[in-house]
Write a protein that binds this ligand. Sequence first.
Ligand code: CP
Ligand code: NVA
Length: 303
Amino acid sequence: MKKDLISVMDAAAEIHDLLDLAARLKIERGDHERPLDGKTLAMIFEKSSTRTRVSFELAMTELGGHAMFLGANDMQLGRGETVADTAKVLSRYVHGIMYRARSNQMMRELAANSTVPVISGLDDLEHPCQALADLLTVKERKGGLRGLRLVYMGDGNNVCNSLMLAAAAAGMDMTACTPEGRMPDRAIGDKAAALAKETGGSVELSHDPREAARGADVLYTDVWVSMGDGTDSVMARSIFSPYSIDEGMLSLAAEDAIVLHCLPAHRGEEISAGAMDGPQSAVFDQAENRLHAQKAVLHWLLR
Ligand code: CP
Ligand code: NVA
């Protein structure tokens, strides 16, 4: 049976093993085995990308395989061929499919019709590979995960949803602090809470950024307006500005707190330039860790 990674739930049981493998592949970079010799990954993009595209292609190359970039608008998919037929055809050619999808429904449809592993490179509900890179970064900086307070500020979006699941699976204490109308997905919140019960972690929702930031070990944010989200930027500023991670908010967190952002960032909006570029920021380690975390995922699913 093929396995997919379209939600963090697909990797929840393996999360510690994947993070250990990612850390090993990072140390051994340039020198590790090439287990994907002869394997090809198709990468379908329905939305823009810098990190996901480059890190997946590089990960395949460094593991001995090959990645193929497919912009949805250059495919028949962009002219109305169904995602199901696309999945069936690609399954006859390649060993795995990475998909950045407009919607989670299309992601699930591709996975249901594919006979090779499907890996999410983001949809409107989740961004699981990002969450793995995020935890790898926290683990490197803090030496562990269990019991750490991770506070996400801003829009309860795909990145927030996956982070809640990953943090819960790793036994962390996660707070998603968002405006009332922009809370994370309710069903994902319930799954994260159930996972946290098993791992000794916890999941909390908050609408009070100053209270939530107090004593945090990790402060995390993402854009106020995601790709495909039509929220007007003036409206976004009025809803989200109290949730911006700036020096004032950082002073409420633990003294050795780190700052994360999945990138791309908008300095002066969800994060100040001082927080983004200051000594507590780990955002560029986090971006690098996409490569190492995804190598572990490719190793796990395609080898
Ligand atoms: N964080 C992230 O997924 O970045 P890209 O949109 O550049 O891939
Ligand atoms: N939440 C953002 C993440 C980008 C990597 C988006 O979906 O656009």
